[in-house]
Design a protein around this ligand. Structure first.
Ligand code: NDP
Length: 281
């Protein structure tokens, strides 16, 4: 009789720039003494249903979803957590008995990172962007009871939809601002987040904000993790803001996924070091 010697987890989707998560997870499994594996499996949209059925049959302990599966995977699962249900996107799937449950750890990862500098409870926050990352963050900040949220987005439809979701489902006063030209940051904003993809793999890319409206004491965060120190963060810091890079969010979501799947708290420092090593930062 054969014996299963290891548990399998995976990332399904279109991996960007290789897969830093695989590198980090396998190092963290080894450090925790777990004979687990993390695979990177490229799955086209048309193959998602079969892939999830295969994961069930093969007894995978869980998997991450990246583009283009974060939303379309939901009907193939047996349920979602509150955050994933509200966000309408899943980046982490885990087993509950025979059931596959979808979670969203992107927003939680960001908020954990933010908490190293400030408690979001009762704070006024501005989010630039309304795509997948911004949406997960907005929902998690709503669940963390920020006092006011402003969504700033180029596409009015996407931005308005997100603002309405947070306002109606989480009862957080939220407004939408259409993004035309340089955005003037309101003086009362305590936290400003770049939730767009501007700056990814481009250290000179400029997020259109009026840099003269930065101020000391404000926290300015970026979801972009490569480069780690983006132009957006550099310009804010030069004007006195305290900055938070996107690597913390990435490490935290990987840490949360690890804990959800294994029940074990991983070595977070080792995970950040492994990510920095992989990304050469
Ligand atoms: P999406 O494609 O879902 O959303 C992109 C967002 O950026 C949209 O709001 C889009 O606006 C906006 N945008 C893009 N280009 C411009 C531009 N030139 N001017 C104004 N707005 C622009 O992407 P994701 O949300 O999935 O990812 C966004 C970023 O977050 C990526 O860099 C990704 O790597 C990063 N990320 C980081 C994570 C981490 O752990 N640190 C986790 C997940 C993502 P519009 O709606 O108008 O198109």
């Amino acid at each position: 009789m054969s014996q299963v010697l290891q548990e399998i987890t995976a990332c399904i989707g279109q991996p960007v720039a290789g897969n830093p998560t695989q590198y980090v997870m396998e190092k963290a499994y080894a450090k925790a003494g777990l004979d687990w594996r993390y695979l990177t499996l490229e799955v086209p949209a048309a193959g998602l249903t079969d892939a999830v059925r295969g994961m069930r049959a093969l007894g995978f302990r869980g998997f991450n979803c990246t583009r283009p599966h974060k939303c379309t995977v939901i009907p193939l699962l047996d349920g979602t957590t509150q955050a994933a249900g509200l966000t309408g996107a899943v980046n982490c799937v885990f087993r509950e008995g025979e059931k596959l449950i979808g979670e969203n750890t992107d927003g939680k990862g960001f908020v954990e990172s933010l908490r190293t500098l400030i408690d979001p409870l009762g704070k006024r926050v501005v989010i630039l962007g309304a795509g997948g990352a911004a949406r997960a963050i907005a929902v998690e900040l709503g669940l963390s009871h920020v006092s006011h949220l402003t969504i700033v987005n180029r596409s009015a439809e996407r931005g308005q939809e997100l603002a309405s979701l947070v306002h109606e489902k989480l009862s957080v006063p939220t407004d939408f601002v259409a993004w035309n030209g340089d955005y003037a940051i309101p003086a009362e904003a305590e936290v400003l987040i770049n939730g767009t993809s501007i700056g990814l793999f481009d250290s000179s890319a400029r997020v259109p904000v009026d840099v003269n409206t930065h101020r000391a004491g404000r926290i300015v965060a970026d979801v972009v993790f490569s480069p780690v120190d983006t132009r957006f963060l550099r310009e804010a810091r030069e004007r006195g803001a305290t900055t938070l890079d996107g690597l913390g969010m990435l490490v935290n979501q990987a840490r949360l996924n690890f804990k959800i799947w294994t029940g074990v708290e991983p070595d977070a420092e080792l995970m950040r070091d492994a990510l920095e090593e992989y990304l050469c930062v």
